[in-house]
Design a protein around this ligand. Structure first.
Ligand code: HGY
Ligand code: MN
Ligand code: MN
Length: 434
């Protein structure tokens, strides 16, 4: 008797229970923070590897610590459908960002395995070890490594305690000299599909449990260093000061003002540190971050040019120097139309809650590993509704079990849809056939 499909709530409850178990692996005793290669990060990797094995996958850990499960095809020559997301987090973040995109595909493979079903493509689930880059400022480290595009210079980056990335790798049992071995044969990839929480309020406000991503906003991140002149807070007359922090503060507001121009453009200063900061000393040196994004590269590039020109003129007027380095850059990425259509059909087929029976397609303002995989294969993304007003990168981040279960049912349906296209390069056929 063929096994009945587990109910949406059964699937969802197990997914959320595992997210809760992973959330216990945190670098902090007081909040959910899991950064690259810490003991908590390694403990989470072990849990994920165990769940992948229990789901019937062969599991490997790659040269940068990503955990990759493989569920072989019924045809040895078939290509691979890669799914996954990241299991590191921002500081004091939410427990579903990234993690949901690992647990949902694991639940789907477990279901296929329980049915003894194999597909005309291999399935791989990648738990990427470092996407946020919160510890070493190394966004998308793991997915870049998977494509063989990780710049070895990142090995010299240091965390807030001064630990070099290369040393953190050695402590975690990895060999920094072998990061190139994380690269896969991308010709075997048929497509990449990432499930992710929306991290915004659109699906919530409009009553959609799931949504299909149309494109992913590009972005850059910069470190700006302002150098003025430290001095005695009590004796230097105001007109003679070269206060690095006051200058930086004016620059922060200039960046905010330019990026408030509307549309998909956004700008954020998330980090600011005063060197040798002391209450009775005029700050001599300040370093701050700037994260600028937009749905298209031209809008973002224009905003960057204007914002940083404003910073330069503030520096000149205040008699301080300004140094800027770009630490991160990803282009805006479109999601493959045929994958968007297949995901939309899957949402319709499982009858996920959607007003007026329409599937919502929407852009992603957040960056995802899919942006990097898009350099090697076609990508699709399935968004899952966030609760608590759609907040994310915040401990209040939440997902409903029914919606998590709906995502698993939609992904299972997508796999069935794609499998219908027959064996061999079934994904290519899916592409032509839809
Ligand atoms: O910053 C982002 O968009 C993602 O959370 N890495
Ligand atoms: Mn994130
Ligand atoms: Mn994420």
């Amino acid at each position: 008797m063929s096994r009945s499909l587990p109910s949406r709530s059964e699937l969802g409850r197990e997914i959320l229970a595992r997210a809760a178990a992973l959330a216990r692996h945190s670098d902090s005793a007081t909040n959910y923070t899991r950064t690259y290669l810490t003991p908590a990060h390694q403990a989470a990797a072990r849990d994920i590897a165990r769940w992948m094995r229990e789901a019937g996958m062969e599991v490997r850990v790659d040269a940068v610590g990503s955990v990759i499960g493989r569920y072989a095809a019924n045809d040895a020559g078939a290509r691979t459908l890669l799914m996954g997301s990241h299991f590191d987090s921002v500081r004091n973040g939410g427990r579903y960002d990234g993690v949901l995109g690992i647990l949902v595909p694991i639940a789907c493979v477990a279901e296929l395995n329980a049915r003894g079903e194999r597909l005309p493509c291999a399935i791989e689930v990648a738990a990427f070890a470092d996407e946020e880059g919160a510890r070493f400022q190394t966004s998308f480290l793991a997915s870049r490594a998977m494509l063989g595009r990780l710049d070895p210079a990142v090995l010299e980056r240091r965390d807030a305690q001064g630990v070099a990335l290369r040393d953190a790798m050695i402590v975690a049992g990895l060999d920094p000299a072998r990061i190139a071995e994380a690269a896969i044969d991308t010709s075997r990839l048929g497509a990449y599909v990432e499930v992710h929480i929306e991290q915004g309020p659109v699906l919530l406000d409009e009553g959609h449990a799931l949504g299909v991503v149309t494109s992913i906003a590009g972005g850059t991140r910069h470190t700006l260093t302002v150098r003025g002149e430290s001095g005695h807070a009590g004796t230097v007359p105001m007109p003679r000061r070269h206060d690095a922090l006051a200058a930086a503060a004016e620059m922060v507001l200039a960046i905010e003002k330019r990026c408030a121009a509307g549309g998909s453009l956004v700008g954020t200063v998330g980090m600011l540190e005063v060197k040798d900061g002391t209450g009775n000393v005029i700050p001599g040196e300040v370093r701050f971050s700037a994260d600028i994004r937009a749905g298209d590269d031209a809008t973002r590039e224009a905003a960057e040019a204007d914002a940083f020109a404003a910073c330069e003129s503030i520096a000149k007027r205040r008699g301080v120097t300004l140094e800027r380095t770009r630490t991160h850059h990803v282009h805006a990425v479109p999601c493959a139309p045929w994958l968007q259509d297949a995901l939309a059909r899957a949402i319709e087929a499982i009858d996920a809650p959607r007003p007026r029976n329409e599937v919502r397609r929407l852009p992603s303002g957040a960056g995802h590993d899919a942006m990097i995989l898009a350099e090697a294969t076609e990508v699709g993304m399935l968004f899952v509704r966030c609760g608590a007003g759609g907040v994310s990168h915040n401990p209040a981040e939440t997902v409903d079990a029914e919606d998590a279960g709906a995502a698993a049912q939609a992904l299972l349906t997508l796999l069935a849809l794609l499998a219908k296209k027959g064996s061999g390069s079934f994904l290519a056929r899916a592409e032509k056939g839809t």
